[in-house]
Design a protein around this ligand. Structure first.
Ligand code: PAF
Length: 282
């Protein structure tokens, strides 16, 4: 498998592929690949001639130095996993300098308010960091199609906004959340959970499913209060937020309307590890 460590080499290769009329799919990751990432790559492989997977732990999207330091870095294992999927996969594993030169700072973006909801309230500057890296990666790889998991649903909406605002010629495609058999949404952070915490974290998805049932007959506020109560009773999980939002603008739902589409979002801590999840409500 070819691994590109610098954008210059990669750009030459991409130009040659495009001149042969090949379509390029792209799956950006921060590594520590799991089945969720692999399902994105499989998706990309079905509709593109070649697929790029970037493996880069992006420093500007972390608001917490310990989280950045502890983020798992497992390039060799990641490459081995990707090899099992097929031949037309290429890895871009740049250094921080290849992406940022000496200026390791995020650009400032406006995503028309999407960035101030949910994750934006708890992770200051996070979406500027995500916008910076994804825009740069799109400009380097120039993919036709890029694939993102719905676990980070707010990120997916923000990247769609980024592509449309900057007229980036890429289709941004959202893919369903890939779950462990227990229902826990797959995440690289799951690797850091103890066996017990991993088992207990299935509570998040279970609660989301119950909340969905309640949303049929109760108000958004009542459902959120119910979720808060469930987490208050849980011995290990601490709820950071529960939100029920309209998927168009990610604003909190005050009154339900039949023509609108809603999702419920949760962020919670267990063993100091932050997990997020969400599901569609209607
Ligand atoms: O979702 C992620 O893993 C990251 O936010 C991304 C999109 C790879 C950007 O660093």
């Amino acid at each position: 498998m070819t691994i590109f460590y610098t954008q210059n080499n990669l750009k030459t290769f991409v130009e040659a592929q495009k001149s042969e009329g090949k379509t390029i799919g792209f799956v950006p990751t921060m590594g520590a690949l799991h089945e969720g990432h692999l399902s994105l790559v499989r998706n990309a492989m079905t509709s593109n001639d070649i697929v790029f997977v970037s493996v880069f732990v992006n420093p500007t999207q972390f608001d917490n130095a310990t989280d950045l330091e502890k983020y798992p870095r497992t390039l060799d294992a990641d490459v081995e996993l990707l090899k099992t999927l097929g031949k037309n996969i290429f890895v871009y594993a740049p250094s921080v300098a290849d992406i940022y030169n000496s200026d390791v700072n995020a650009e400032k973006f406006s995503f028309d308010g999407l960035e101030f909801e949910m994750e934006g309230k708890f992770r200051k500057g996070h979406f500027d960091g995500v916008g910076t890296i994804v825009k740069r990666l799109f400009e380097i790889i120039t993919p036709h199609n890029a694939y993102f998991g719905e676990k980070d649903f707010q990120q997916l909406m923000i990247i769609k906004k980024l592509a449309s605002k900057y007229k980036l010629p890429v289709n941004v495609i959202g893919c369903e959340i890939y779950r462990e058999p227990s229902g826990l949404a797959m995440s690289s952070r799951n690797q850091r959970l103890s066996e017990n915490a991993r088992k207990e974290s299935a509570f998040i998805y279970k609660t989301l499913l119950e909340a969905k049932k309640k949303f049929g007959t109760k108000s958004a506020m009542q459902v959120k209060e119910w979720v808060q109560k469930q987490f208050n009773k849980h011995p290990l999980l601490t709820l950071e937020y529960v939100e029920i939002a309209n998927i168009k603008n990610l604003k909190t739902v005050k009154r339900k309307s039949k023509n609108q589409t809603y999702r419920i979002f949760i962020a919670a801590f267990i063993e100091n590890i932050r997990l997020i999840d969400n599901i569609a409500l209607n």
